[in-house]
Design a protein around this ligand. Sequence first.
Ligand code: ZN
Length: 284
Amino acid sequence: MARAIDVHCHLSTRPQYEAWGPYLGPMERYYKFRPEVRSEEGMVEELRQADVQACVIAWDAASGSGGQPVTNDYVAELVRRFPDTLVGGWAMIDPWRGREALREAERSLTTLGLMGIKFQATAQAFFPDDQRFYPLYDLCRSLGKAVQFHSGTTGFGAGTPGGMGLKLKYCRPIPHLDDVAADFPDLTIIACHPSWPWQDEMIAVCLHKANVYMEMSGWSPKYFSDALKREIRGRLQDRVMFGSDYPVLTYERLFRDWEAEGYPAPVLEKVYRKNAERILGLSV
Ligand SMILES: [Zn+2]
C-alpha cells in the first residue's frame, strides 16, 4: 500500500507538455519547476519511487484556451497498463462541444472506464453553474461518477499581461460550485486546489453541502490559510484529499511540508489515503 493516493496527477510525458503548449512557460515560472519529458514507464517509476498511487488526468480545453488535448483514450490506456500505480483516470471534456461533449463523456465513463470528469473552468472559459452544461453533470450522477472542478487561481497564464486572456471568475466557489452542488445533491463534487483567494468560500460550501469535497493539489500546505488548516484538523478532516498537481510540484517537497504542519497521524492518514478510498470508491 502506497503512502498516499494523489487524486490530481497530470502527466510528465510528451502529450502533456504539448497540450499545455504556450502556457507551459508561465507555469514553469509560477511553480518554479523544470519540465522533464519522461517515457510512460519513467513517469510511473517516478511515482513508485515516491510511494504514491495516482489518479491521472486528461486535458482538453480547446474551446477556451486552444492547444492539443491529452486524450481520454491515452489516459485510460495508461491506467490499463499500470493499474498498481495509476489507480484511476479522470476524463477531461470540453463542455463547449455540445452533443459531442456528452457523447465523449459517456464513452469515457463507460467504455473507457474512467472515474469521473475534470473541468478547468478558467482554461475552458465557462461558468460551471451555466445550465447548458448540466447534462454532463447529470450523466455523471446517473453513472455514479464524480466531477472535479478547478477552484481558485491558476498557474495557467499566471504572471503574464492579461493572464493570457484567462479569467479567474469562472473558478470562484460561490456561486458557481455551490449552485451545481445544490442542483445535484447526489453528485460527488471535488473542488481542486485550496481555492485561494476564496478559501473561506470553499470551506463554507463544503460545510453546507455534504456532497462537496476538496483536494489540496498545486500548493504547499504551509501556505494554506489558518482557517483551512484548522478545518483540516477539525470539521473537514473527512472531506479533504491529498493531491499534487504533478509534475509541477514534487512529492518529496509535498510530503515534507505536509508532515511539518504537525497534523495528528490519524488526520494525515485520512488526507493521504482514507478519504480518497471512501469518496472515490478506490479499493487499492
Ligand atoms: Zn492540475
